[in-house]
Design a protein. Structure first.
Length: 596
């Protein structure tokens, strides 16, 4: 490929030539031929002859100052900021070439090129600028929540509908539990003006390198969509790193301090990847109990095979997967190996899910620190992700787990497990009430996820009581809101009736987020009503000693033999809690009946 590059910095010389040098080096790596023109007010420059410009595949302009590009009309042209070049020259250049194929005219005319024989008239300039201004903003994005069920899709729908109402062209890719849907193509990403990443877990962002990217949460994208679009346009920053199609073993660049991910996001990434393993393992273990609670002890039987799959394999992988993907969230692919090994050590040292969490953070931050601090010549840089980082980070993580972390965390886990197993009825009820309140407090938010993570983690220690209370209470808000619209029909509009039907179904599936439309409209009444039902449900679940083998699925797991003990009582408790929520909200609402 042959390209022409014009760099221009209105304030001086340095950035002009730094950008030109960076682009030249990036083009050399790609094997492209480059014609360079570096402009500056402070020193003479040689403009590229029009004859040569007519022979290039595209013209790339790095600079947003006053410059006349009218003489390039008819050529594929891309103009971007010079700061973008300096931040990530390789990614910026690849993205520029992609977008240049869609831009056939330059609409920026301010300073005439010395070699140009035609100057756009002010009328034509005005028309071009008006056309550019009237073009809809093209926005792409990704939504992803820890469980990959509700928030992921609701946030995508909210962004899409709000964006269209604001006159934008919006396409959102969802990264749910079933994989990527509505997938973004390379052409759509290249043509986008802005990228919005509404993600509560780590997602691969390499293909957005060189684009303006804004990070937010699925909760904000769902509840404050308009504000997210406004902030995104003001606060989005250019993402560095390899563009799509980059090397397989590329190392992530150091995270910008402003966009550094918190501990919660790293933890939720680990939980998100661990969850399918736990669900599958729990249900398969439950199936083994169909043949008898201790039937798996007889070797060679189907029950024994099911227990080997669920307990011996799936549950054995639970903590290593958790640790590995916490480390992955922090350090990308170089964190996987030390995270897996650290998680296996946490299991073998009996430090449980707490040890897995600690191992994941140790492995991730060690891998990232080694990546940033170890400098190698270009000829050896490929060894970092496949040799240097895995070896050093795994060794250090293993030694820390064995000699520092393992024993004290194992003691904490042993105490916690024994405490829960021997808990008196009163304490069990209080714990259930607390977990129930947490599940209903923010409907899928951080408090909800903290309680959920606690319950899932205890499954590895064969402690099933908290998980039952957590799922029961988590079903209450959405079912309760659905019941409220049915019992107190005259107090809700037709739109709310439809929302209530959807909420009821989502609640049956253990998707608390079904109540969000009601909570967003009337939080001061809805949230306390949900908490009231959740507290009763969680407390009663612990009181009757309900256990749950699988951490998700709602009523669907009720049909798996032995997945839930005392299914009828458990179902009755969920129904009672939901009714409390519905009646509390319906009575508290105290508004006039809506006329038909």
């Amino acid at each position: 490929m042959k390209i022409a590059v014009i760099t221009y910095c209105p304030g001086g010389v340095i950035n002009t030539f730094l950008a030109a040098d960076a682009i030249q080096q990036a083009a050399n790596k790609l094997g492209w031929e480059v014609l360079l023109e570096s402009r500056s007010h402070l020193r003479p420059f040689e403009p590229l002859p029009l004859e040569q410009l007519q022979q290039v595949d595209c013209v790339i302009v790095a600079g947003t100052g006053e410059i006349d590009l009218s003489y390039l009309e008819g050529l594929p042209v891309y103009q971007g900021s010079i700061e973008g070049v300096l931040a990530a020259p390789d990614a910026w250049l690849k993205n520029a070439v992609k977008q240049a194929t869609t831009q056939q005219k330059s609409s920026i005319v301010n300073e005439q090129h010395p070699d140009s024989s035609t100057v756009a008239t002010s009328k034509k300039t005005s028309q071009n600028n008006s056309a550019a201004a009237s073009a809809p903003l093209k926005i792409v994005g990704i939504t992803a929540c820890p469980t990959g069920v509700a928030h992921t899709f609701m946030a995508a729908e909210a962004l899409t509908s709000t964006g269209k109402s604001l006159g934008y062209e919006v396409k959102i890719e969802t990264r749910g539990s079933v994989g990527a849907k509505n997938t973004l193509t390379d052409d759509e990403i290249a043509a986008a003006d802005l990228v919005i990443l509404a993600t509560d877990i780590e997602v691969d962002t390499q293909r957005f390198a060189g684009k303006r990217v804004y990070h937010t949460s699925t909760g904000l994208a769902l509840k404050q969509s308009k504000q997210v679009f406004e902030k995104a346009q003001k606060e989005a920053t250019i993402l560095g790193g390899e563009a799509a199609g980059g090397s397989e073993g590329s190392i992530p660049q150091k995270e910008d301090k402003k966009s550094a991910k918190g501990l919660y996001k790293h933890l939720m990434t680990g939980v998100s990847f661990m969850l399918p393993v736990v669900v599958a393992g729990g249900l398969i273990i439950a199936l083994s109990f169909v043949f008898g609670i201790e039937a798996f002890k007889e070797e060679g039987t189907l029950a024994a095979a099911l227990m080997q799959i669920g307990g011996g394999s799936a549950f054995a992988l639970m903590i290593p997967v958790l640790a590995a993907y916490i480390a992955f969230s922090i350090a990308d692919r170089p964190g996987l190996a030390p995270g897996l090994v650290g998680g296996m050590l946490a299991s073998s040292l009996n430090s449980g899910f707490l040890g897995g969490i600690v191992a994941g953070f140790i492995a991730g931050y060690l891998a990232r620190w080694i990546n940033e601090k170890v400098k190698l010549p270009d000829t050896l840089s490929a060894l970092k992700p496949i040799l240097i980082i895995p070896f050093l980070a795994t060794l250090a993580t293993g030694l820390i787990m064995i000699y520092v972390v393992g024993t004290p965390v194992a003691s904490i886990m042993a105490f916690m497990t024994e405490f829960l197993a021997n808990m008196e009825a009163g304490n069990a009820v209080l714990l259930g009430a607390l977990l129930g309140a947490m599940m209903c407090f923010d409907l899928g938010g951080p408090v909800n996820k903290a309680a959920y993570t606690f319950g899932v983690g205890l499954l590895a220690s064969k402690t099933y009581l908290p998980m039952a209370a957590i799922m029961a209470a988590g079903m209450v808000p959405a079912i309760g809101m659905g019941l409220a619209t049915f019992i107190f029909r005259k107090r809700f509009s037709d739109t709310e009736h439809e929302a209530g039907k959807a909420s009821f179904v989502l609640g049956l599936c253990f998707i608390s987020e079904g109540a969000i439309p009601f909570a967003a409209k009337d939080p001061l009444r809805v949230i306390p009503s949900c908490i009231a039902g959740g507290v009763v449900t969680g407390a009663l679940s612990m009181w009757i000693g309900a256990t749950l083998m699988a951490p998700h699925g709602g009523i669907f797991v009720f049909f798996i033999p032995n997945a839930v003990n005392s299914v009828l009582m458990y179902s009755a408790i969920i129904g009672l809690g939901s009714l409390i929520t519905a009646c509390t909200y319906g009575i508290w609402l105290m508004k006039k009946p809506v006329k038909a």
